[in-house]
Design a protein around this ligand. Structure first.
Ligand SMILES: [Zn+2]
Length: 73
């Protein structure tokens, strides 16, 4: 009695994701997506067409508190 299990409904479609900043597990519906681009600067590479280069963007997630702290939201 008195145990409050199931505050978050685990299962279903919201899988937990880990925050990139603090590593805390956050439900995906509450996480804030952070797009991380590559760190290379294509302008430094001569003879490259930037429109034809696919830059893979890494999608990371941050928890609410980290996102607020870093002004992402
Ligand atoms: Zn966090």
């Amino acid at each position: 009695m008195g145990k409050k299990w199931g505050l978050y409904h685990v299962g279903g479609r919201s899988q937990p994701v880990s925050c990139v900043y603090c590593g805390r597990m956050t439900p995906k519906v509450k996480a804030v997506p952070v797009m991380k681009g590559p760190r290379i600067n294509l302008r430094n590479i001569p003879g490259i067409d930037r429109r034809r280069v696919f830059l893979p963007q890494q999608k990371e997630y941050a928890c609410i508190s980290c996102a607020k702290h870093r002004r992402l939201i």
